[in-house]
Each structure stands twice: as C-alpha cells, then as structure tokens.
Design a protein around this ligand. Structure first.
Ligand code: ZN
Length: 59
C-alpha cells in the first residue's frame, strides 16, 4: 500500500526530527548555561540577546 509506506516514511522522519530536536534542546540548554547573558526587558519578561533565553519578570 502506497499510503501505508508514505505514513511509515513520515513517521520515521518525525521520529528522527524529534530526536534531533531533543539533541538541539540539550545543546541550547548548554549554550544558555554558559552564556554571559545580556538581557533586554520586555513586557512581563526579559530575553537574552545572545542566547535567546527568556525569563518571566511578571509576578
Ligand atoms: Zn544568554
């Protein structure tokens, strides 16, 4: 069945992308924990210009 194999390929692609995403999230966490943050204040939050780490400043 063409449909089934297409779904299998898609599923494999999704799984591999999810894995990649996980790896990149780990990498990002690593970068952010080593960053010398330069925050810009925004509405209810601040964001680092370098690593894009966002923190809520709204309480
Ligand atoms: Zn940063």
């Amino acid at each position: 069945m063409v449909q089934a194999s297409t779904n299998d390929t898609l599923l494999r692609q999704i799984q591999s992308l999810e894995y990649e995403l996980q790896q990149l999230k780990e990498k990002l966490k690593d970068i952010q924990s080593n960053c010398n943050h330069t925050f810009i204040e925004k509405e209810g939050m601040r964001k680092c210009l370098k690593c894009h780490l966002a923190e809520s400043t709204y309480y």
